[in-house]
Design a binder for this molecule. Structure first.
Ligand code: ADP
Ligand code: ADP
Length: 225
């Protein structure tokens, strides 16, 4: 559970590019926020700053009221899934999903039940003993999501997670992501340049253009007129 506040957040890269300019946004606990906009508008940079993968040049990032600008990614309790992802090829699906639990020394029984719960939500419980090479692309992406959220992070960040999948699979995955959000209730920030995805998944949509927020609203507010 987490409220995420971006307060005047700006990102300037060393070459002078201002990727994000004076971004103000309050993401409520359990909200599913979509960042949408053309390529290069600053979506990924925004996610990376929330995750701690990029420094913030100006402004403040608050998670549950605490300023976390200088906190390392590991200390932010945030999970991230990208369009390409690396599963451990020598591990089964169960071991892949359970890996973060093993690192955190979560006890065996608790880990086993958590893995089952996540696999069930993702519809991959029948593949738990397979290795990634024996899974389809959509199944692998679900395993990557399972591994990312298995420790119930405060927030779940996704950067175009469906863009490598075909149209049919994307629709299935959209349904699955909605279910994941409803059952786990994590605060989610989801990046896409696909308007359909934005409309079907988001509680609210943030439309960005050249590093600046143009509009923020529910799908109805943004697209129904
Ligand atoms: P999006 O995710 O919306 O496609 P990005 O956040 O990746 O946009 O990029 C926003 C802007 O910042 C773009 O103009 C991009 O070229 C620039 N940019 C991204 N990363 C760097 C970097 N490491 N150095 C300089 N400019 C960058
Ligand atoms: P999806 O419908 O998720 O896209 P595919 O059409 O790629 O899945 O695969 C259909 C079925 O075949 C799935 O149940 C998948 O687990 C299985 N499968 C795909 N590739 C392999 C493989 N290399 N070895 C074993 N089973 C596989």
């Amino acid at each position: 559970m987490a409220e995420i506040v971006l307060d005047g957040v700006t990102k300037r890269f060393p070459d002078g590019t201002t990727a994000v300019r004076d971004l103000d946004l309050t993401i409520a606990d359990r909200e599913f926020i979509i960042l949408v906009g053309p390529s290069g508008c600053g979506k990924s940079t925004t996610l990376n700053m929330i995750a701690g993968l990029e420094d913030i040049s100006d402004g403040d990032l608050l998670i549950d009221g605490e300023r976390v600008n200088d906190r390392a990614p590991r200390e932010r309790d945030i999970a991230m899934v990208f369009q390409s992802y690396a599963l451990y090829p020598h591990m089964t699906v169960r071991e892949n999903i359970g890996f973060p639990l093993r690192l955190a020394r979560v006890d065996r029984a608790e880990a086993a039940s958590k893995i089952e719960e996540v696999a069930h939500i993702l519809g991959i419980e029948q593949f738990l003993d397979r290795r990634p090479a024996h899974l389809s692309g959509g199944q692998r992406q679900r395993v990557a999501m399972g591994r990312a959220i298995v420790r119930s992070p405060k927030a779940f960040l996704m950067d175009e997670p469906l863009s490598n999948l075909d149209a049919k699979l994307r629709v299935q995955m959209r349904t699955m992501i909605s279910r994941l959000q409803n059952q786990l209730g994590t605060t989610t920030v989801y990046v896409t340049h696909d308007q359909t995805e934005a409309m079907t998944l988001g509680d609210r949509i943030v439309l960005m253009l050249r590093g600046v927020v143009q509009q923020v609203g529910t799908p109805e507010e943004l697209y129904d007129h």
